[in-house]
Design a protein around this ligand. Structure first.
Ligand code: ATP
Ligand code: MG
Length: 421
């Protein structure tokens, strides 16, 4: 026998028994985003490699080692998108959506990163991305946090996640800080691990992100970016925290939060849980005003976040109430050839008359008993039975599978009335 072909490591199937939960979460997402007036944008999964190099930055984990890049038959270097921000901006610049306009957008879909697969970290994963353009004030930063919080409440996980906040200031403020930081780390270079040695000149802020336990005290004592912010950045951040205070949204200031990507400025935030081990960030984002220009657009404002869907689903693992076993309302049992022929016509009629009714028809010949078992297993409320007698008399029998009521034989018109309620 031929060997089975298996899925690629770190890329997972969502099996039918799990899709009800996914759909539940997706439904909540649509409703919450709708409540704030956000519009969906649909983007390609593949983009030019250059787009990610230019936006994410050459010296980042993603561009250095995580991208799925390949040359297409033309010799162009293409990449499976590792994140959605770059593609979303590319599309908006390309289609002129950013001229004197304000946008609140979202997208949902697969992202690809060549990482070491483990719980909460996959090579293909799904993100919800939310991006806003054209708004400078911190009220939009606050709105993004509020809408994500509303989603946690809807999903029943608001008690298990914590909001961490920081401000990265402007690019100019960060440049001054960067010098101080390099000086500090250079003076303590014997304590840096190999990764950090390498980052010292290329991307020293990333050293603050290190998960190496031996470097924690060094990083803890490093200069804080927050102390280098100018008046405007400080006021912007205060406006955000004041709004969160007013609305009673708790947060922790995390002065080491720098985010992995180069393009952030001012607000950065993460929603973190302790329930998922090392992969605790379920949602991360911030302001990235500089990126639009970097990608060739006119200077403009942007704030957004991305949510890791698998991690959110993992937080809902014990919620069996989300497994909707009832897929269909009615299961049609067809005994004998005449019934099989009549049944397919009748089922179509019922679907015409009762839109929204979910009918599953038994396909293929089988005994009444075996069909009945399937009807019960389907979770349907009704078994609709068509055998020789029924076909002859233009009637149908209905058996109530989930309530205590006698089986009845009725006309088609009566059946439609019965199924309406
Ligand atoms: P991490 O620090 O966990 O590597 P990141 O900074 O690389 O995260 P972002 O690029 O900001 O993550 O992506 C936003 C969110 O997408 C993350 O907070 C996480 O929930 C999710 N995510 C990122 N990478 C993966 C992955 N490989 N598998 C599953 N989810 C992921
Ligand atoms: Mg990462």
């Amino acid at each position: 026998m031929a060997k089975n072909i298996q899925a690629i490591r770190g890329m997972h199937d969502v099996l039918p028994e799990q899709t009800a939960r996914w759909q539940f979460v997706e439904q909540q997402i649509r409703e919450v985003l709708g409540a704030y007036g956000y519009q969906e944008i649909r983007l390609p999964i593949v983009e030019r490699t250059e787009l990610f190099k230019r936006s994410i930055g050459e010296v980042t984990d993603i561009v250095e080692k995580e991208m799925y890049s390949f040359d297409d038959r033309n010799g162009d270097s293409l990449t499976l998108r590792p994140e959605g921000t770059a593609g979303c901006l590319r599309a908006c610049i390309e289609h002129g959506l950013l001229h004197n306009q304000v946008h609140r957008l979202w997208y949902y879909g697969q992202m690809f990163r060549y990482e070491r697969p483990q719980k909460g970290r996959y090579r293909q994963f799904i993100q919800l991305g939310v991006e806003t353009y054209g708004m400078a004030d911190a009220d939009i930063d606050a709105e993004l946090i509020l809408l994500s919080y509303r989603l946690w409440q809807r999903l029943g996980i608001s008690e298990t996640v914590e909001l961490q906040l920081n401000s990265l200031g402007t690019i100019a403020e960060r440049a001054v800080y960067r010098e101080q930081l390099v000086e500090y780390f250079t003076a303590n270079s014997e304590q840096l691990d190999a990764d950090s040695q390498r980052r010292l000149l290329s991307n020293p802020l990333r050293i603050l992100d290190t998960k190496n336990p031996d470097m924690q005290s060094l990083v803890e004592a490093a200069p804080k970016l927050m102390d280098f912010l100018g008046a405007e950045s400080t006021a912007h951040f205060k406006r955000l925290t004041d709004t969160l205070d007013t609305l009673g949204i708790a947060y922790t200031l995390n002065k080491r939060l720098v985010r992995g990507l180069d393009y952030y400025s001012k607000t950065v935030f993460e929603w973190v849980t302790t329930e998922l081990g090392a992969q605790g960030t379920i949602c991360a984002g911030g302001r990235y005003d500089g990126l639009i220009e970097q990608l060739g657009g006119k200077p403009n404002h942007a704030v957004g976040f991305a949510m890791g869907m698998e991690r959110i689903l993992a937080l809902l693992e014990n919620r069996e109430d989300l497994d909707n076993i009832q897929r269909v309302d009615a299961y049609m049992i067809l005994v004998g050839e005449a019934a099989q022929n009549a049944g397919i016509v009748l089922a179509e009629k019922l679907r015409d008359k009762l839109s929204g009714l979910r009918i599953q028809m038994h396909c293929g010949a089988a005994s009444f008993k075996s069909q009945f078992k399937k009807a019960d297993k389907s979770g349907a409320h009704y078994a609709l039975i068509l055998a020789e007698d029924e076909v002859e008399n233009d009637t149908i029998s209905i058996k109530f599978l989930r309530r205590d009521e006698e089986q009845r034989t009725v006309s088609y018109a009566e059946l439609i009335e019965l199924l309406k309620v």
